[in-house]
Ligand binder design. Structure first.
Ligand SMILES: [Zn+2]
Length: 160
Protein backbone atom coordinates (compact mmCIF):
# COMPACT_ATOMS: atom_id res chain seq x y z
CA UNK A 1 0.00 0.00 0.00
CA UNK A 2 2.83 2.35 0.80
CA UNK A 3 4.58 1.90 -2.54
CA UNK A 4 4.52 5.67 -2.94
CA UNK A 5 7.16 5.89 -0.19
CA UNK A 6 9.66 4.35 -2.59
CA UNK A 7 9.43 7.43 -4.76
CA UNK A 8 9.97 9.96 -2.04
CA UNK A 9 13.59 10.97 -1.55
CA UNK A 10 15.16 10.61 1.87
CA UNK A 11 15.32 13.77 3.95
CA UNK A 12 19.09 13.64 4.30
CA UNK A 13 19.49 13.53 0.53
CA UNK A 14 17.20 16.53 0.20
CA UNK A 15 19.26 18.37 2.77
CA UNK A 16 22.42 17.74 0.74
CA UNK A 17 20.75 18.98 -2.43
CA UNK A 18 19.60 22.15 -0.69
CA UNK A 19 23.05 22.82 0.76
CA UNK A 20 24.61 22.39 -2.65
CA UNK A 21 22.04 24.49 -4.51
CA UNK A 22 21.93 27.25 -1.97
CA UNK A 23 25.53 27.44 -0.81
CA UNK A 24 27.57 25.41 -3.28
CA UNK A 25 28.88 23.56 -0.26
CA UNK A 26 30.02 26.62 1.67
CA UNK A 27 27.54 27.92 4.27
CA UNK A 28 26.65 31.57 3.94
CA UNK A 29 24.83 33.74 6.45
CA UNK A 30 21.37 34.57 5.02
CA UNK A 31 21.19 37.74 7.13
CA UNK A 32 24.39 39.53 6.16
CA UNK A 33 25.88 37.37 3.41
CA UNK A 34 29.08 36.59 5.29
CA UNK A 35 30.81 33.27 4.77
CA UNK A 36 32.71 33.65 7.99
CA UNK A 37 30.56 31.22 9.96
CA UNK A 38 31.09 28.39 12.40
CA UNK A 39 29.15 25.26 13.26
CA UNK A 40 26.55 25.76 15.95
CA UNK A 41 25.13 22.33 16.71
CA UNK A 42 22.10 20.80 15.06
CA UNK A 43 18.39 20.72 15.51
CA UNK A 44 15.93 17.94 15.00
CA UNK A 45 13.54 18.07 12.10
CA UNK A 46 11.45 14.95 11.78
CA UNK A 47 13.89 12.09 11.35
CA UNK A 48 17.01 14.11 10.62
CA UNK A 49 19.33 16.52 12.34
CA UNK A 50 19.82 19.81 10.54
CA UNK A 51 23.20 21.51 11.07
CA UNK A 52 23.06 25.02 12.44
CA UNK A 53 25.68 27.73 11.94
CA UNK A 54 26.55 30.93 13.68
CA UNK A 55 27.69 33.96 11.75
CA UNK A 56 30.85 35.49 13.17
CA UNK A 57 29.97 38.86 11.72
CA UNK A 58 26.34 39.44 12.74
CA UNK A 59 26.25 36.75 15.46
CA UNK A 60 22.97 35.26 14.24
CA UNK A 61 22.33 31.57 13.83
CA UNK A 62 20.83 29.91 10.79
CA UNK A 63 20.48 26.67 8.86
CA UNK A 64 20.15 25.92 5.17
CA UNK A 65 16.38 26.15 5.59
CA UNK A 66 16.33 29.61 7.15
CA UNK A 67 14.08 31.90 5.20
CA UNK A 68 13.06 29.28 2.65
CA UNK A 69 9.64 27.85 1.95
CA UNK A 70 10.79 24.61 3.59
CA UNK A 71 11.24 26.28 6.95
CA UNK A 72 7.62 27.30 7.20
CA UNK A 73 6.08 23.86 6.78
CA UNK A 74 6.19 20.79 8.96
CA UNK A 75 6.13 18.21 6.17
CA UNK A 76 9.21 16.00 5.74
CA UNK A 77 11.68 17.46 3.24
CA UNK A 78 11.32 14.48 0.94
CA UNK A 79 7.57 14.91 0.83
CA UNK A 80 7.97 18.60 -0.01
CA UNK A 81 10.43 17.75 -2.79
CA UNK A 82 7.92 15.26 -4.12
CA UNK A 83 5.10 17.79 -4.07
CA UNK A 84 7.26 20.35 -5.89
CA UNK A 85 8.08 17.82 -8.57
CA UNK A 86 4.45 16.77 -9.02
CA UNK A 87 2.76 20.16 -8.82
CA UNK A 88 3.05 21.04 -12.49
CA UNK A 89 1.46 17.72 -13.47
CA UNK A 90 -1.11 16.82 -10.84
CA UNK A 91 -3.85 18.48 -8.85
CA UNK A 92 -3.35 19.14 -5.15
CA UNK A 93 -6.13 16.67 -4.49
CA UNK A 94 -4.39 13.93 -6.43
CA UNK A 95 -1.05 14.60 -4.75
CA UNK A 96 -2.62 14.61 -1.28
CA UNK A 97 -4.43 11.34 -1.81
CA UNK A 98 -1.37 9.73 -3.36
CA UNK A 99 0.70 10.72 -0.33
CA UNK A 100 -2.06 9.89 2.14
CA UNK A 101 -1.92 13.43 3.51
CA UNK A 102 -4.74 15.78 4.29
CA UNK A 103 -5.61 18.23 1.57
CA UNK A 104 -4.92 21.30 3.71
CA UNK A 105 -1.26 20.67 4.48
CA UNK A 106 -0.49 19.92 0.84
CA UNK A 107 -2.55 22.91 -0.25
CA UNK A 108 -0.82 25.32 2.13
CA UNK A 109 2.61 24.20 0.98
CA UNK A 110 1.60 24.27 -2.69
CA UNK A 111 0.25 27.82 -2.36
CA UNK A 112 3.54 29.00 -0.87
CA UNK A 113 5.49 27.25 -3.60
CA UNK A 114 3.43 28.83 -6.36
CA UNK A 115 3.70 32.26 -4.80
CA UNK A 116 7.48 32.04 -4.88
CA UNK A 117 7.87 30.22 -8.17
CA UNK A 118 6.01 32.74 -10.36
CA UNK A 119 5.03 30.22 -12.97
CA UNK A 120 8.04 28.00 -13.39
CA UNK A 121 8.31 25.71 -10.41
CA UNK A 122 11.86 24.57 -9.74
CA UNK A 123 13.94 23.62 -6.74
CA UNK A 124 16.56 26.18 -7.67
CA UNK A 125 14.03 28.94 -7.20
CA UNK A 126 12.74 27.47 -4.00
CA UNK A 127 16.00 26.98 -2.17
CA UNK A 128 16.73 30.70 -1.90
CA UNK A 129 15.68 32.76 1.05
CA UNK A 130 12.41 34.49 0.41
CA UNK A 131 11.62 36.02 3.71
CA UNK A 132 13.75 36.70 6.75
CA UNK A 133 12.41 38.94 9.48
CA UNK A 134 9.83 40.32 7.08
CA UNK A 135 12.55 41.55 4.75
CA UNK A 136 12.93 40.08 1.33
CA UNK A 137 16.56 39.15 1.16
CA UNK A 138 16.79 37.41 -2.15
CA UNK A 139 14.08 37.32 -4.72
CA UNK A 140 13.19 34.14 -6.52
CA UNK A 141 15.30 35.40 -9.38
CA UNK A 142 18.63 34.62 -7.77
CA UNK A 143 20.82 32.79 -10.22
CA UNK A 144 21.88 29.41 -9.03
CA UNK A 145 24.68 27.49 -10.63
CA UNK A 146 23.50 24.04 -11.49
CA UNK A 147 25.96 21.25 -10.89
CA UNK A 148 25.48 17.93 -12.57
CA UNK A 149 25.48 16.23 -9.21
CA UNK A 150 22.51 18.32 -8.04
CA UNK A 151 20.67 17.63 -11.20
CA UNK A 152 21.10 13.90 -10.87
CA UNK A 153 20.04 13.92 -7.25
CA UNK A 154 17.04 15.98 -8.14
CA UNK A 155 16.03 13.77 -11.00
CA UNK A 156 16.33 10.73 -8.81
CA UNK A 157 13.97 12.37 -6.37
CA UNK A 158 11.35 12.92 -9.04
CA UNK A 159 9.68 10.87 -11.71
CA UNK A 160 10.68 7.26 -11.57
ZN1 LIG B 1 25.64 37.26 9.36
Amino acid sequence: MDIIRLFIPRDEECLKVLEELRWHGEPECPYCGSKDVKSHGTYERGEIEIPRYKCKRCKRTFSVLTGTVFERHKLPLGVMFYIIKKLPHMSINEIASELGLDYDSVHRFAMDVMKIAHGEISLEKLCVAVEIDEIYVNSGEKKVKKGLKDKEAWERSGDL
